[in-house]
Ligand binder design. Structure first.
Ligand SMILES: [Zn+2]
Length: 245
């Protein structure tokens, strides 16, 4: 797609007050590392690609199953039993043919550090703290900002972290969440979609430089009264990971 057509595709976005060609060009040049392509991560990927991000590395292990279809907007019924991350990549390529999507059907591992290091930002949309903490560590090593996103039932949360330089994920959740059941927690699909959209907005602000600089903070969202609360995040003196740096 030519530059003229790409600008035409995002023309409504470029009508935002104060949105310049430079903001858009920064998005066009951006590269994102996204772990998790489920109810949250799929929506993140859709809005980033449609907004102009051209390069995304997707990491997610596993095949599509029927209960995924109450929330995973990149998936469809005929994909059941197939690799979710490759289904997602194909759907994104059909949305925006010029985007470059790399897809890895795997958990987050140390081997992914070179790919993560080449990205401008890391987005965590996984459902277990084993992978989340590894993303936190890899983000610190590569000095990347990390967007954390999560949901449970009717609640969601999104955070902007700077592991190694500011607050990290282990500062916020020092013991992970022992109550968390990665494969069984309740999900209202519209909540995961809302959290995904919030994470995408945060990423677009950071990548484009549009608006005020994104603070290191966490936003909690409660779907039952549509309320949000923001908390500033600071590095925790007793954080075992920060102390190890
Ligand atoms: Zn920490």
């Amino acid at each position: 797609m030519t530059a003229i057509l790409e600008n035409a595709r995002v023309a409504r976005q470029m009508n935002l007050p104060g949105w310049s060609q430079e903001h858009q060009d920064r998005l066009f040049r951006s590269r994102v590392f996204l772990a998790g392509i489920g109810g949250i991560g799929g929506v993140v990927a859709e809005y980033l690609v449609m907004g102009g991000v051209r390069e995304i590395t997707l990491v997610h292990e596993g095949e599509l199953c029927l209960p995924d279809l109450n929330r995973q907007t990149l998936m469809s019924f005929d994909g059941i039993g197939k690799s979710r991350v490759h289904l997602a990549a194909n759907r994104l390529r059909s949305l925006v043919p010029d985007c470059h999507i790399e897809a890895f059907d795997t958990k987050v591992t140390n081997d992914l550090l070179p790919l993560l290091s080449s990205a401008d930002i890391v987005i965590d949309a996984r459902t277990n703290f084993e992978e989340r903490f590894l993303l936190n560590r890899l983000s610190a090593v590569s000095e990347k900002s990390l967007i954390f996103s999560a949901m449970n039932g009717t609640e969601g949360m999104v955070a902007h972290l700077r592991p190694g330089r500011g607050a990290c994920l282990e500062c916020v959740f020092p013991e992970g969440d022992p109550e968390w059941d990665p494969l069984g927690f309740p999900v209202l699909g519209a909540i995961s979609g809302t959290v995904g959209a919030m994470a995408a907005i945060l990423a677009i602000r950071i990548l484009s430089g549009y608006g005020s600089q994104a603070e290191e903070q966490m936003t909690l969202f409660e779907g039952m009264d549509l309320s949000t609360r923001n908390f500033s995040l600071v590095r925790h003196k007793a954080c075992p990971f920060c102390q190890s740096l």
